[in-house]
Design a protein around this ligand. Structure first.
Ligand SMILES: *[C@@H]1O[C@H](CO)[C@@H](O)[C@H](O)[C@H]1NC(C)=O
Ligand SMILES: *[C@@H]1O[C@H](CO)[C@@H](O)[C@H](O)[C@H]1NC(C)=O
Ligand SMILES: [Ca+2]
Ligand SMILES: [Ca+2]
Ligand SMILES: [Ca+2]
Length: 333
């Protein structure tokens, strides 16, 4: 039985975002999309491991790449050409225990891609403490940190002022998507509602550091919809199925736009505070516990399983999770 019970429970999302009346021209969006995914880049040497580390970190928000999943390795290998590339994994602190260099967390049990058929990691001559990708298939080798290599992978780690999201179950994460995404929707068999949001890069984004914000929200409940495009509000009927849960109310206030809708026993509230660049989502009621899905997770009370993709599988990688909730090309009628 749900721990939530009957008590009205407020579950919240905070999205850092900004609203502006800028026109978002299609060519601009195309340009940005081409940079995506944007979290890895290659730097070119010659450089030893320490020099590679320093050069990645010289770019604000970047560090040597520390792939933590096959998905991330696949993203990295899209940029690989040939030869040896440094990674941010070492056993410098404790011989034999490889860790992510930025936080010293051991990689075992998370993800490894050693060239085990070649006996790696072998700590040859007792002096191999750094990690490189050394083959086209992306396999890893431990190697002397002072050897000079021609390339290294850097990864973007977000910095601290990024948009951050919090699922209904309280899992906070950073995801810099661009385009329309499912924020949350009714994932029961008979879908009553869905809420999608459009993320756009902020003005202070650079090709290396993309920060996004919400610029529009589309709430569809049964056959009713409301589109908030900054301060422009459009409401209407989709001509789809008729439902009794047809109430979307919108209050425009001085500094915020507040939207409510009710389905079964549950009232959802979106409070978009324009000046503070924040979107607050909450609900009261229990009918949709475990029945929601999207970027705000599955609302089953457990924050650990919130990276659930549309096919129901649970993943660890934030980019894989986030991108799985992107709307595929919008139908043009
Ligand atoms: C809003 O969402 C509904 C349901 O997904 C969709 O049919 C409609 O085309 C969307 N409208 C806009 C302007 O995105
Ligand atoms: C909307 O959210 C802002 C910021 O979180 C808060 O200060 C404000 O009181 C909220 N407004 C309403 C009507 O709930
Ligand atoms: Ca070693
Ligand atoms: Ca080795
Ligand atoms: Ca959950």
């Amino acid at each position: 039985m749900s721990i939530v019970g009957k008590t009205a429970t407020m579950l919240r999302l905070i999205l850092i975002l900004a609203v502006s009346s800028l026109a978002f021209a299609a060519p601009h969006e195309e340009l940005i999309e081409k940079r995506h995914p944007y979290i890895y880049k290659v730097i070119t040497g010659p450089m030893n491991w320490y020099e590679a580390r320093d050069r990645c970190e010289a770019m604000v928000g970047w560090q040597l790449a520390q792939p933590k999943s096959q998905f991330q390795m696949d993203e990295i290998m899209k940029l690989y050409v040939a030869g040896f590339y440094w990674l941010g994994i070492t056993d410098l602190v404790n011989e034999g225990t490889f860790t992510y260099y930025s936080n010293e967390i051991p990689i075992d049990g998370i993800y490894t891609n050693w060239d085990v058929d070649s006996g790696e990691p072998n700590n040859e001559n007792g002096i191999e403490d750094c990690t490189e990708i050394w083959k086209l298939n992306g396999l890893w080798n431990d190697v002397n940190c002072l050897l000079v290599r021609s390339h290294a992978f850097c990864e973007y780690h977000g910095g601290h002022n990024d948009p951050h999201m919090r699922t209904f179950d309280g899992h906070a994460y950073t995801f810099q998507g661009i385009g329309w995404y499912y924020l949350f929707k009714d994932c029961s068999d008979n879908t009553h509602f869905e809420v999608t949001t459009k993320f756009e890069p902020r003005e202070d984004s650079t090709p290396d550091q993309i920060k996004t914000r919400t610029v529009a929200i589309n709430v569809t409940v049964g056959n009713q919809y409301a589109i908030l495009d900054g301060r422009d509000v459009t409401t209407g009927s989709t001509g789809g199925m008729v439902t009794d849960a047809k109430v979307i109310t919108i209050q425009e206030e001085d500094k915020s736009i507040k939207l409510h809708f009710t389905s079964k026993d549950t009232t959802f509230t979106l409070n978009w505070t324009l000046r503070n660049h924040a979107l607050d989502v909450s609900y009261s009621g229990s009918s949709y516990n475990r029945k929601l899905c999207g970027l705000m997770g599955n609302a089953d009370g457990d924050p650990r399983n919130d990276f659930q993709k549309p096919d129901g599988s649970i993943v660890k990688d934030v980019l894989e999770f986030g991108e799985s909730w992107k709307l595929t090309d919008k139908k043009s009628d």
